[in-house]
Design a protein around this ligand. Sequence first.
Ligand SMILES: Nc1nc2c(ncn2[C@@H]2O[C@H](COP(=O)(O)OP(=O)(O)O)[C@@H](O)[C@H]2O)c(=O)[nH]1
Ligand SMILES: [Mg+2]
Length: 388
Amino acid sequence: MIYKIYRAPSYKEAVLKAKMELGNDIYILSRKDIKEGGVFGLFSKKLVEITVAKKEEKIMDKKANSRKIEVEAPVSKKNNEISEDYQKRLFEELNAIKGRLNDLIGGDKKKENNKEILSPYKKLFKENDFSESFIRNWELSFEKELTLKDAKDPKVIVNRIVNYINGLVEIADPIAPGKDKPEVVVLVGPTGVGKTTTIAKLAATYGVLKKHKVELVTIDSYRIAAIEQLGKYAELMQIPLTIINTREEFKEYLRGCNAELVFVDTAGRSQKNNMGLAELRNVLDGARGKLDIHLVISATTKYRDAVDIFTRFNQLLYEKVIITKLDETNTVGSIISALEKNRKLSYFTTGQSVPDDIELASKEKIVKLLAFDELIDSDVENKEIKVG
Ligand SMILES: Nc1nc2c(ncn2[C@@H]2O[C@H](COP(=O)(O)OP(=O)(O)O)[C@@H](O)[C@H]2O)c(=O)[nH]1
Ligand SMILES: [Mg+2]
Protein backbone atom coordinates (compact mmCIF):
# COMPACT_ATOMS: atom_id res chain seq x y z
CA MET A 1 0.00 0.00 0.00
CA ILE A 2 1.14 3.51 -0.60
CA TYR A 3 -0.26 6.64 0.91
CA LYS A 4 -0.44 10.03 -0.63
CA ILE A 5 -1.80 13.40 0.35
CA TYR A 6 -3.58 15.67 -2.13
CA ARG A 7 -4.64 19.27 -1.64
CA ALA A 8 -7.11 21.22 -3.74
CA PRO A 9 -9.54 24.14 -3.32
CA SER A 10 -12.40 21.63 -2.98
CA TYR A 11 -12.84 18.02 -1.95
CA LYS A 12 -14.04 17.12 -5.43
CA GLU A 13 -10.95 18.59 -7.05
CA ALA A 14 -8.66 16.86 -4.55
CA VAL A 15 -10.23 13.47 -5.34
CA LEU A 16 -9.99 14.17 -9.05
CA LYS A 17 -6.33 15.01 -8.69
CA ALA A 18 -5.72 11.76 -6.82
CA LYS A 19 -7.64 9.68 -9.38
CA MET A 20 -5.81 11.31 -12.26
CA GLU A 21 -2.52 10.28 -10.76
CA LEU A 22 -3.37 6.91 -9.22
CA GLY A 23 -6.38 5.75 -11.15
CA ASN A 24 -9.96 5.08 -9.96
CA ASP A 25 -9.01 2.29 -7.62
CA ILE A 26 -8.12 4.30 -4.51
CA TYR A 27 -9.14 4.54 -0.87
CA ILE A 28 -9.73 7.94 0.71
CA LEU A 29 -8.57 7.54 4.29
CA SER A 30 -9.10 11.05 5.62
CA ARG A 31 -10.23 14.55 4.73
CA LYS A 32 -9.60 17.89 6.42
CA ASP A 33 -9.99 21.57 5.70
CA ILE A 34 -6.75 23.52 5.91
CA LYS A 35 -5.41 27.00 5.21
CA GLU A 36 -2.27 27.59 3.21
CA GLY A 37 -0.01 30.68 2.81
CA GLY A 38 -0.82 34.22 4.00
CA VAL A 39 0.58 36.20 6.92
CA PHE A 40 -0.88 35.64 10.38
CA GLY A 41 -3.91 34.00 8.80
CA LEU A 42 -4.54 36.90 6.47
CA PHE A 43 -4.72 36.32 2.70
CA SER A 44 -4.39 32.54 3.19
CA LYS A 45 -6.12 30.06 0.81
CA LYS A 46 -8.73 27.60 2.02
CA LEU A 47 -7.92 24.08 0.85
CA VAL A 48 -9.18 20.55 1.32
CA GLU A 49 -6.57 17.92 2.08
CA ILE A 50 -7.21 14.25 1.53
CA THR A 51 -5.10 11.24 2.37
CA VAL A 52 -5.36 8.46 -0.19
CA ALA A 53 -4.24 4.83 -0.15
CA LYS A 54 -3.56 2.58 -3.14
CA LYS A 55 -2.23 -0.94 -3.57
CA GLU A 56 1.41 -0.68 -4.60
CA GLU A 57 1.50 -2.99 -7.65
CA LYS A 58 -1.33 -1.07 -9.25
CA ILE A 59 0.69 2.08 -8.89
CA MET A 60 3.60 0.27 -10.58
CA ASP A 61 1.23 -0.68 -13.39
CA LYS A 62 0.14 2.87 -13.70
CA LYS A 63 3.75 3.98 -13.84
CA ALA A 64 4.40 1.42 -16.55
CA ASN A 65 1.37 2.70 -18.40
CA SER A 66 2.46 6.25 -18.19
CA ARG A 67 5.88 5.29 -19.49
CA LYS A 68 4.25 3.40 -22.30
CA ILE A 69 2.38 6.47 -23.34
CA GLU A 70 5.66 8.31 -23.28
CA VAL A 71 7.43 5.80 -25.51
CA GLU A 72 4.59 5.77 -27.93
CA ALA A 73 5.12 9.42 -28.58
CA PRO A 74 6.79 10.09 -31.94
CA VAL A 75 10.08 10.64 -30.20
CA SER A 76 10.94 7.00 -29.78
CA LYS A 77 9.64 3.48 -30.11
CA LYS A 78 11.47 1.42 -27.51
CA ASN A 79 13.26 3.22 -24.74
CA ASN A 80 14.91 6.42 -23.62
CA GLU A 81 18.19 5.69 -25.39
CA ILE A 82 16.58 5.79 -28.82
CA SER A 83 14.66 8.83 -27.76
CA GLU A 84 17.97 10.57 -27.10
CA ASP A 85 19.16 9.41 -30.49
CA TYR A 86 16.06 10.85 -32.02
CA GLN A 87 16.60 14.10 -30.21
CA LYS A 88 20.14 14.23 -31.54
CA ARG A 89 18.87 13.72 -35.07
CA LEU A 90 16.25 16.37 -34.57
CA PHE A 91 18.92 18.71 -33.31
CA GLU A 92 21.14 18.04 -36.31
CA GLU A 93 18.24 18.56 -38.68
CA LEU A 94 17.35 21.82 -37.02
CA ASN A 95 20.93 22.93 -37.34
CA ALA A 96 20.94 22.02 -41.02
CA ILE A 97 17.73 23.99 -41.59
CA LYS A 98 19.27 26.93 -39.74
CA GLY A 99 22.34 26.67 -41.98
CA ARG A 100 20.24 26.57 -45.11
CA LEU A 101 18.23 29.57 -43.98
CA ASN A 102 21.44 31.48 -43.32
CA ASP A 103 22.72 30.51 -46.75
CA LEU A 104 19.51 31.75 -48.32
CA ILE A 105 19.62 35.05 -46.52
CA GLY A 106 23.38 35.37 -47.20
CA GLY A 107 22.91 34.38 -50.87
CA ASP A 108 20.27 37.06 -51.32
CA LYS A 109 22.58 39.60 -49.76
CA LYS A 110 25.40 38.55 -52.08
CA LYS A 111 23.03 38.78 -55.05
CA GLU A 112 22.00 42.27 -54.00
CA ASN A 113 25.63 43.31 -53.56
CA ASN A 114 26.61 41.94 -56.95
CA LYS A 115 23.61 43.61 -58.61
CA GLU A 116 24.76 46.94 -57.29
CA ILE A 117 28.39 46.38 -58.25
CA LEU A 118 27.47 45.20 -61.75
CA SER A 119 25.07 48.03 -62.45
CA PRO A 120 27.58 50.41 -64.19
CA TYR A 121 28.70 47.53 -66.41
CA LYS A 122 25.09 46.72 -67.17
CA LYS A 123 24.53 50.33 -68.15
CA LEU A 124 27.45 50.12 -70.56
CA PHE A 125 26.07 46.94 -72.09
CA LYS A 126 22.79 48.81 -72.63
CA GLU A 127 24.57 51.79 -74.16
CA ASN A 128 26.29 49.35 -76.49
CA ASP A 129 22.87 48.14 -77.71
CA PHE A 130 23.14 44.66 -76.23
CA SER A 131 19.75 43.00 -76.01
CA GLU A 132 17.86 42.63 -72.74
CA SER A 133 18.19 38.86 -72.85
CA PHE A 134 21.92 39.05 -73.53
CA ILE A 135 22.37 41.32 -70.50
CA ARG A 136 20.17 39.09 -68.34
CA ASN A 137 22.18 35.99 -69.24
CA TRP A 138 25.42 37.82 -68.58
CA GLU A 139 24.15 39.00 -65.21
CA LEU A 140 22.99 35.53 -64.22
CA SER A 141 26.31 33.95 -65.12
CA PHE A 142 28.18 36.68 -63.25
CA GLU A 143 26.08 36.57 -60.11
CA LYS A 144 26.75 32.89 -59.82
CA GLU A 145 30.50 33.12 -60.32
CA LEU A 146 31.55 36.39 -58.78
CA THR A 147 33.07 36.31 -55.31
CA LEU A 148 32.81 39.44 -53.17
CA LYS A 149 36.58 39.98 -53.43
CA ASP A 150 36.43 39.80 -57.25
CA ALA A 151 33.42 42.06 -57.39
CA LYS A 152 35.34 44.85 -55.71
CA ASP A 153 38.03 44.92 -58.39
CA PRO A 154 36.90 46.61 -61.64
CA LYS A 155 39.88 45.14 -63.47
CA VAL A 156 38.77 41.65 -62.59
CA ILE A 157 35.22 42.39 -63.70
CA VAL A 158 36.27 43.95 -67.01
CA ASN A 159 38.55 41.01 -67.71
CA ARG A 160 35.73 38.64 -66.91
CA ILE A 161 33.42 40.54 -69.25
CA VAL A 162 36.04 40.37 -71.97
CA ASN A 163 36.39 36.64 -71.44
CA TYR A 164 32.61 36.23 -71.37
CA ILE A 165 32.25 37.94 -74.75
CA ASN A 166 35.27 36.11 -76.10
CA GLY A 167 33.61 32.88 -75.13
CA LEU A 168 30.50 33.76 -77.11
CA VAL A 169 32.08 35.10 -80.28
CA GLU A 170 33.85 32.95 -82.82
CA ILE A 171 36.26 34.35 -85.36
CA ALA A 172 36.60 32.78 -88.82
CA ASP A 173 39.89 32.04 -90.51
CA PRO A 174 40.84 34.56 -93.22
CA ILE A 175 39.80 33.73 -96.76
CA ALA A 176 42.33 31.35 -98.29
CA PRO A 177 42.68 30.95 -102.09
CA GLY A 178 41.92 27.44 -103.33
CA LYS A 179 44.72 25.30 -104.72
CA ASP A 180 43.22 22.73 -107.10
CA LYS A 181 39.82 24.33 -107.44
CA PRO A 182 38.61 27.85 -106.84
CA GLU A 183 37.60 28.95 -103.36
CA VAL A 184 34.15 30.44 -103.95
CA VAL A 185 33.25 33.24 -101.55
CA VAL A 186 29.64 34.42 -101.64
CA LEU A 187 28.36 37.57 -99.97
CA VAL A 188 24.66 37.68 -99.14
CA GLY A 189 22.63 40.16 -97.14
CA PRO A 190 20.11 42.97 -97.25
CA THR A 191 20.30 45.81 -99.76
CA GLY A 192 22.69 48.64 -99.07
CA VAL A 193 24.74 46.96 -96.33
CA GLY A 194 27.89 47.14 -98.45
CA LYS A 195 28.14 43.76 -100.20
CA THR A 196 29.38 45.11 -103.52
CA THR A 197 31.80 47.52 -101.84
CA THR A 198 33.14 44.72 -99.63
CA ILE A 199 33.58 42.43 -102.67
CA ALA A 200 35.57 45.20 -104.33
CA LYS A 201 37.75 45.53 -101.22
CA LEU A 202 38.35 41.77 -101.03
CA ALA A 203 38.98 41.43 -104.77
CA ALA A 204 41.47 44.31 -104.66
CA THR A 205 43.23 42.85 -101.63
CA TYR A 206 43.57 39.34 -103.02
CA GLY A 207 43.66 40.08 -106.75
CA VAL A 208 45.65 43.30 -106.95
CA LEU A 209 47.69 43.47 -103.72
CA LYS A 210 48.33 39.75 -103.17
CA LYS A 211 48.24 38.95 -106.88
CA HIS A 212 46.09 35.84 -106.65
CA LYS A 213 44.06 34.72 -109.61
CA VAL A 214 40.70 36.25 -108.76
CA GLU A 215 37.41 36.38 -110.63
CA LEU A 216 34.14 38.15 -109.90
CA VAL A 217 30.62 36.86 -110.34
CA THR A 218 27.39 38.68 -109.82
CA ILE A 219 24.11 36.93 -109.31
CA ASP A 220 21.99 39.97 -109.68
CA SER A 221 19.42 39.77 -112.40
CA TYR A 222 17.25 42.57 -111.08
CA ARG A 223 19.44 45.55 -110.60
CA ILE A 224 21.37 46.79 -113.56
CA ALA A 225 22.90 49.51 -111.38
CA ALA A 226 24.46 46.86 -109.17
CA ILE A 227 26.06 45.19 -112.18
CA GLU A 228 27.37 48.52 -113.34
CA GLN A 229 28.85 49.21 -109.91
CA LEU A 230 30.75 45.93 -109.75
CA GLY A 231 31.57 46.17 -113.47
CA LYS A 232 33.40 49.43 -112.83
CA TYR A 233 35.48 47.90 -110.07
CA ALA A 234 36.22 44.85 -112.27
CA GLU A 235 37.35 47.08 -115.10
CA LEU A 236 39.51 49.17 -112.79
CA MET A 237 41.18 46.15 -111.25
CA GLN A 238 41.22 44.20 -114.51
CA ILE A 239 39.48 41.26 -112.93
CA PRO A 240 37.03 39.21 -115.04
CA LEU A 241 33.35 39.57 -114.11
CA THR A 242 30.68 37.04 -115.03
CA ILE A 243 26.95 37.67 -114.74
CA ILE A 244 25.01 34.61 -113.63
CA ASN A 245 21.21 34.24 -113.69
CA THR A 246 20.48 30.54 -113.25
CA ARG A 247 21.65 27.52 -111.36
CA GLU A 248 22.83 25.88 -114.58
CA GLU A 249 24.82 28.94 -115.57
CA PHE A 250 26.51 28.94 -112.17
CA LYS A 251 27.31 25.23 -112.40
CA GLU A 252 28.67 25.69 -115.89
CA TYR A 253 30.76 28.70 -114.89
CA LEU A 254 32.35 26.89 -111.91
CA ARG A 255 33.15 23.87 -114.04
CA GLY A 256 35.22 25.95 -116.43
CA CYS A 257 36.70 28.29 -113.82
CA ASN A 258 40.40 28.05 -113.09
CA ALA A 259 40.76 31.01 -110.72
CA GLU A 260 42.09 30.59 -107.17
CA LEU A 261 39.39 32.78 -105.76
CA VAL A 262 35.91 33.68 -106.95
CA PHE A 263 33.99 36.45 -105.22
CA VAL A 264 30.25 36.21 -105.77
CA ASP A 265 28.12 39.32 -105.30
CA THR A 266 24.42 38.66 -104.90
CA ALA A 267 21.24 40.54 -105.71
CA GLY A 268 20.13 43.43 -103.64
CA ARG A 269 16.94 41.62 -102.79
CA SER A 270 15.18 42.71 -99.67
CA GLN A 271 15.48 40.28 -96.78
CA LYS A 272 11.70 40.48 -96.52
CA ASN A 273 11.44 39.01 -99.99
CA ASN A 274 11.56 35.30 -99.33
CA MET A 275 10.84 34.49 -102.93
CA GLY A 276 14.01 36.29 -103.90
CA LEU A 277 16.05 34.42 -101.30
CA ALA A 278 14.64 31.06 -102.39
CA GLU A 279 15.55 31.93 -105.97
CA LEU A 280 19.06 32.92 -104.93
CA ARG A 281 19.42 29.72 -102.98
CA ASN A 282 18.37 27.76 -106.03
CA VAL A 283 21.13 29.40 -108.09
CA LEU A 284 23.72 28.84 -105.34
CA ASP A 285 22.65 25.20 -105.08
CA GLY A 286 24.34 24.73 -108.44
CA ALA A 287 27.56 24.61 -106.38
CA ARG A 288 26.31 23.43 -103.00
CA GLY A 289 29.06 22.23 -100.70
CA LYS A 290 31.80 24.29 -102.26
CA LEU A 291 30.74 27.73 -101.14
CA ASP A 292 32.06 29.99 -98.42
CA ILE A 293 28.98 32.05 -97.63
CA HIS A 294 29.22 35.27 -95.61
CA LEU A 295 26.18 37.20 -94.47
CA VAL A 296 26.85 40.93 -94.62
CA ILE A 297 25.16 43.07 -91.98
CA SER A 298 25.60 46.68 -91.02
CA ALA A 299 26.74 47.51 -87.47
CA THR A 300 23.98 50.13 -87.44
CA THR A 301 21.27 47.43 -87.53
CA LYS A 302 18.95 47.39 -84.53
CA TYR A 303 18.76 44.22 -82.44
CA ARG A 304 15.26 43.16 -83.58
CA ASP A 305 16.14 43.75 -87.23
CA ALA A 306 19.40 41.85 -86.81
CA VAL A 307 17.51 38.85 -85.39
CA ASP A 308 15.11 39.07 -88.32
CA ILE A 309 17.95 39.24 -90.88
CA PHE A 310 19.91 36.37 -89.32
CA THR A 311 16.79 34.22 -89.27
CA ARG A 312 15.65 34.95 -92.82
CA PHE A 313 19.08 34.42 -94.32
CA ASN A 314 19.42 31.06 -92.60
CA GLN A 315 17.96 29.48 -95.71
CA LEU A 316 21.12 30.51 -97.55
CA LEU A 317 23.19 28.45 -95.10
CA TYR A 318 25.73 31.15 -94.30
CA GLU A 319 28.43 30.26 -91.80
CA LYS A 320 30.20 33.58 -91.51
CA VAL A 321 29.21 37.14 -90.82
CA ILE A 322 30.77 40.36 -92.07
CA ILE A 323 29.93 43.46 -90.06
CA THR A 324 30.06 46.64 -92.15
CA LYS A 325 29.97 50.35 -91.40
CA LEU A 326 31.80 50.14 -88.09
CA ASP A 327 32.88 53.70 -88.87
CA GLU A 328 29.28 54.84 -88.56
CA THR A 329 28.66 53.49 -85.08
CA ASN A 330 30.68 52.48 -82.08
CA THR A 331 28.32 49.75 -81.00
CA VAL A 332 28.18 46.14 -82.06
CA GLY A 333 26.04 44.96 -79.15
CA SER A 334 22.92 44.47 -81.25
CA ILE A 335 24.77 42.24 -83.72
CA ILE A 336 26.64 40.27 -81.04
CA SER A 337 23.36 39.74 -79.14
CA ALA A 338 21.55 38.57 -82.26
CA LEU A 339 24.37 36.41 -83.59
CA GLU A 340 23.31 32.80 -83.78
CA LYS A 341 25.41 29.99 -82.40
CA ASN A 342 28.08 28.50 -84.68
CA ARG A 343 28.29 31.62 -86.83
CA LYS A 344 31.75 33.09 -87.13
CA LEU A 345 32.68 36.71 -87.61
CA SER A 346 34.95 37.05 -90.64
CA TYR A 347 35.53 40.71 -91.54
CA PHE A 348 34.78 44.21 -90.33
CA THR A 349 34.54 47.13 -92.73
CA THR A 350 35.19 50.63 -91.56
CA GLY A 351 34.45 52.99 -94.43
CA GLN A 352 33.81 53.45 -98.12
CA SER A 353 37.39 53.45 -99.27
CA VAL A 354 38.39 50.50 -101.50
CA PRO A 355 40.47 48.53 -100.60
CA ASP A 356 41.64 50.08 -97.33
CA ASP A 357 38.56 50.04 -95.15
CA ILE A 358 38.41 46.34 -94.35
CA GLU A 359 40.03 44.26 -91.63
CA LEU A 360 39.88 40.76 -90.24
CA ALA A 361 37.26 40.44 -87.54
CA SER A 362 38.82 40.27 -84.10
CA LYS A 363 37.74 39.95 -80.51
CA GLU A 364 40.11 42.74 -79.50
CA LYS A 365 38.29 45.11 -81.82
CA ILE A 366 34.94 44.16 -80.34
CA VAL A 367 36.24 44.70 -76.84
CA LYS A 368 37.75 48.03 -77.85
CA LEU A 369 34.41 49.14 -79.31
CA LEU A 370 32.66 48.26 -76.08
CA ALA A 371 34.89 50.66 -74.16
CA PHE A 372 34.45 48.76 -70.92
CA ASP A 373 37.99 49.76 -70.05
CA GLU A 374 36.65 53.25 -69.41
CA LEU A 375 35.32 51.86 -66.17
CA ILE A 376 38.76 51.19 -64.77
CA ASP A 377 41.54 53.66 -64.09
CA SER A 378 44.19 52.12 -66.27
CA ASP A 379 43.56 50.67 -69.69
CA VAL A 380 42.76 47.05 -70.26
CA GLU A 381 45.82 46.29 -72.27
CA ASN A 382 45.63 43.84 -75.08
CA LYS A 383 47.94 41.41 -73.35
CA GLU A 384 45.41 41.16 -70.56
CA ILE A 385 42.67 40.18 -72.92
CA LYS A 386 42.54 36.46 -73.18
CA VAL A 387 41.46 35.86 -76.74
CA GLY A 388 40.25 32.48 -77.78
N1 LIG B 1 30.37 54.29 -93.95
C1 LIG B 1 30.47 53.18 -94.64
N2 LIG B 1 29.80 53.03 -95.78
C2 LIG B 1 29.92 51.86 -96.46
C3 LIG B 1 30.72 50.82 -95.98
N3 LIG B 1 30.62 49.78 -96.87
C4 LIG B 1 29.81 50.22 -97.86
N4 LIG B 1 29.38 51.46 -97.62
C5 LIG B 1 28.49 52.30 -98.41
O1 LIG B 1 27.19 51.77 -98.34
C6 LIG B 1 26.48 52.01 -99.54
C7 LIG B 1 25.92 50.71 -100.08
O2 LIG B 1 27.00 49.88 -100.44
P1 LIG B 1 26.86 48.71 -101.49
O3 LIG B 1 28.17 48.04 -101.56
O4 LIG B 1 26.28 49.20 -102.77
O5 LIG B 1 25.79 47.82 -100.74
P2 LIG B 1 25.04 46.52 -101.30
O6 LIG B 1 23.69 46.95 -101.71
O7 LIG B 1 24.99 45.60 -100.13
O8 LIG B 1 25.84 45.97 -102.39
C8 LIG B 1 27.48 52.65 -100.47
O9 LIG B 1 27.29 54.04 -100.46
C9 LIG B 1 28.82 52.27 -99.86
O10 LIG B 1 29.80 53.23 -100.18
C10 LIG B 1 31.42 51.00 -94.75
O11 LIG B 1 32.13 50.15 -94.23
N5 LIG B 1 31.25 52.19 -94.11
MG1 LIG C 1 25.32 45.53 -104.34
